[in-house]
Design a protein around this ligand. Structure first.
Ligand SMILES: [Fe+2]
Ligand SMILES: [Fe+2]
Length: 204
């Protein structure tokens, strides 16, 4: 346990971020399998690496502050702290919840699935940006410059991913229009844009 209320509070926030990073490692791996665009796949692969590095750095800082990183993959309930077990349960539920919408869109077009995943990713980046903004601000306010610096370094990468996702989500949405709406019904600019691929999805 951290020795001060200050460090306890920071560890609590860092563990929240750590849990999210672990959850996103799983989600990004799943999304990578559903991605057919090479540039998007490359960016997802890069951010998966960054996400793993975020988890590692946050976990290290938690330990430095005298806290215990709440791990996701645990050998069993024996010897596991209540907080860690609670975190594991929470993540298991979050994982299940994240998978549910994928089932809903199963059977839908490939582009629709990619739009769905990109939306989820964008929402998750916003979640991370909010969390690290709080950590940076609180740590700065109480004089923990090391935690504040860590949060700002991670924030930069989350913001870069967020920016990329906004752009790719726009493009994927246009692809989805081509995939799902007959050309004869398109009156907007999408009518002039070449369809990214044929409607049959089995050849990919
Ligand atoms: Fe992250
Ligand atoms: Fe992220």
């Amino acid at each position: 346990m951290p020795e001060t209320v200050r460090d306890t509070k920071i560890v609590e926030l860092l563990n929240e971020a750590y849990g999210k990073e672990q959850q996103l490692t799983v989600a990004l791996e799943q999304h990578l399998q559903a991605t057919t665009r090479p540039d998007y796949e490359k960016r997802l692969t890069d951010h998966l690496k960054e996400t793993k590095a975020h988890a590692k750095a946050v976990s290290k800082r938690i330990t430095q502050l005298g806290g215990t990183p709440a791990e996701v993959s645990l050998p069993g309930p024996e010897g596991v702290s209540k907080a860690a077990q609670g975190m594991q349960d929470m993540l298991a539920k979050a994982k299940a919840a994240a998978q549910a919408p994928l089932d809903v869109v199963r059977g839908a077009g490939e582009q629709a699935r990619m739009v769905h995943n990109a939306r989820v990713e964008l929402e998750e980046e916003a979640h991370e940006i909010a969390t690290y903004t709080v950590i940076d601000s609180l740590a700065t306010a109480v004089g923990d410059s090391e935690t504040a610096q860590l949060a700002r370094n991670i924030l930069r990468e989350e913001e870069r991913m967020q920016k990329y996702l906004v752009g790719v989500l726009r493009e994927l949405s246009v692809d989805m229009a081509h995939d799902e709406i007959p050309v004869s019904e398109i009156n907007g600019p999408a009518a002039r844009r070449a369809a990214p691929r044929q409607k049959t999805t089995s050849t990919r």
